[in-house]
Design a protein around this ligand. Structure first.
Ligand SMILES: [Zn+2]
Length: 553
């Protein structure tokens, strides 16, 4: 059955260039999207720049630019990275857009109408030197839970505790270093602690999507249960403060002049508004995609640092503004480099632009990530030595080697004509069908690591068959011996059928290499006298129903 999928990655914050963590997430999602398209499903693969908030405003100020100019500097370079790593979003938008402004305001009014918005006066930290209320990230102090020093106002990097800046011990302004003073201000809240909201979230967290899988991975589910107070804990959910005071770079709240939507609110809505912008371009009915009874599956790929926003705020905001809620949240871990935590100051990391600039093949890093990623939230280690040996050993030593060991014989000795042994042909095709389907399912379940393992096991199997058949020996005896000649042709044809199957299995992971092979395959097996049996070798690299094509034949 054909599915319609609305797939996003997390919206990157537009105050810097992409780092390798962004690229890994995009590659993870891109592999999945390509595979789903190969199965014939309709996919809208969408992302956008997260372009608002205090950090952008303050960085722009420091650099003497308008926030808009600063954001544009980074937005402009996004394409170079995405194209470079063969990441094919259907649409890349921005939260600083007319669509997002409109949808944020609409959502706000809907939430208000449904009784989920409340205004309260709260006492907040204010930096008297800078003349502004301090965003959580600009207040630092001692963590109330573990007493770690210099922690942010909203969460502790040491123990993972989430709290309000009020709870910090000995707070100070990270902008001026001074002790902030308390001032009252009207703030707008989304009633996350409303009993109806908690009830909905408990159901959603425990719920399954239309494929019969849980919305959340086991680890994510457990963490969210903790926040919701299922099990031993009491719910610690507090209403969500969705407003910020002027000066703030963002979307002004329509009926609250001088107040702006907190950047996380407009980024959450940003997923939808980016889809909306795409739908407008393509004349697709946006409202039907996000209606509560829509069959469109909504799937988000995110990192483990932003689970809180995506398991609580995102579904709640969508639910109570009368829209469909997310179907699947795919959370991944972080990257370490040769066993060490990434760190700009210590020079530990991989610069994605540098990777491309020195001419490294994007497929290599895609393959390497695929060989490490699975459906769990495990951190993965980028090990340079392992990277080199995977690329050389697997891609060149195993996969490409199959074609180079056999295609020449077919070209030179058999005018490019493939031929299969009648008795074994069905076994060969059944085997291919079985293996391809297994790899397809592994990719669909995001078990890329095991998919790659199966692909390489198959490559080993084909290479072993070549070793056993010894085509180079058969070739020496071929002149007059019909039997050996047939054996040579069969062995090479079998190996090339396997090579074709491997190429299809690797399509989502290695788009550049497989496209190149598909384009040149006819040249690889030269058509001499128009005799080539194309039927078994046609590779439809860009046709949409690639998996079925192979599985059904
Ligand atoms: Zn702590």
């Amino acid at each position: 059955m054909s599915r319609t999928l609305f797939v996003t990655t997390a919206l990157p914050y537009a105050n810097g260039s992409f780092h390798i963590g962004h690229i890994m997430e995009y590659i993870q999602a891109d592999i999945w999207v390509r595979s789903m398209r190969m199965s014939g499903h309709t996919v809208y693969f969408i992302c956008a720049d997260d372009a608002h908030g205090a950090p952008i405003m303050l960085k722009a100020e420091k650099e003497g630019l308008s926030p808009d100019k600063l954001v544009k500097l980074y937005t402009r370079e996004r394409k170079k990275y995405l194209n470079g790593f063969q990441i094919e979003f259907d649409h890349w938008h921005s939260t600083n857009s007319a669509e997002n402004r409109q949808l944020c305001c609409d959502t706000y009014y809907l939430l208000k109408k449904n009784g989920f918005i409340e205004t309260r006066s709260i006492e907040q930290f204010y930096d008297p030197i800078n003349g502004m209320f301090l965003a959580d990230r600009y207040i630092k102090g001692e963590c109330p839970k573990c007493h770690g020093k210099d922690q942010f106002g909203d969460s502790c990097e040491l123990c993972g505790a989430i709290y309000s800046p009020d709870e910090l011990i000995q707070p100070y302004s990270d902008l001026s270093g001074t002790k902030p003073i308390k001032r009252f201000s009207e703030h707008v809240f989304f009633k996350l602690s409303d009993p109806n909201c908690i009830k909905f979230l408990k159901n959603w967290v425990a719920g399954k999507n239309s494929s019969g899988n849980f919305h959340l991975q086991t680890e994510v589910q457990a963490k969210t249960y903790e926040w919701l107070g299922i099990g031993k804990n009491k719910s610690s959910l507090k209403d969500w403060d969705i407003s910020r005071d002027y000066p703030y770079y963002g979307i002004e709240i329509p009926d609250q002049p001088g107040k702006y939507f907190y950047v996380w609110l407009d980024a959450t809505i940003g997923y939808l508004s980016s889809l909306k912008a795409y739908c407008t371009l393509k004349k697709i009915d946006f409202e039907s995609l996000i209606a509560p009874n829509s069959n469109t599956e909504q799937i988000h790929f995110i990192g483990k640092d932003i689970i809180y926003f995506h398991t609580l705020f995102l579904p709640a905001i969508l639910k109570f503004s009368g829209r469909k809620t997310p179907d699947t949240l795919n959370v991944h871990g972080f990257i370490t480099i040769n066993g060490e935590k990434m760190s700009k100051s210590r020079g530990i990391g991989i610069c994605p632009m540098q990777y491309l600039k020195i001419g490294m093949n994007p497929d290599w890093i895609r393959y390497y990530f695929a060989s490490k990623l699975n459906h769990r939230i495990e951190d993965i280690d980028f090990n340079f030595q392992e990277f080199t040996s995977r690329v050389n050993g697997d891609l060149i030593g195993k996969y490409i080697n199959i074609a180079s060991r056999t295609s020449n014989f077919i070209t030179k000795c058999f005018n490019g004509v493939l031929d299969y042994e009648e008795e074994t042909q069905k076994i060969l095709l059944d085997d291919i069908k079985h293996r391809t389907n297994s790899v397809r399912l592994l990719i669909e379940n995001r078990n890329y690591r095991y998919a790659v393992r199966e692909i390489m096991n198959y490559a080993d199997h084909i290479n072993q068959n070549i070793d056993t058949a010894k085509p180079w020996v058969l070739n020496k005896a071929t002149e007059n011996l019909k039997n050996e000649r047939n054996q040579l042709q069969h062995a090479c044809s079998n190996a090339l059928a396997g090579f074709k199957a491997l190429t299809v299995m690797l399509c989502p992971i290695l788009p550049k290499l497989t496209t190149c092979i598909a384009k040149n395959f006819l040249k690889l097996i030269l058509i001499l006298n128009g005799k080539m049996q194309v039927s078994c070798l046609k590779i439809y690299c860009h046709s949409s129903i690639l998996w079925n094509e192979l599985i059904q034949k």
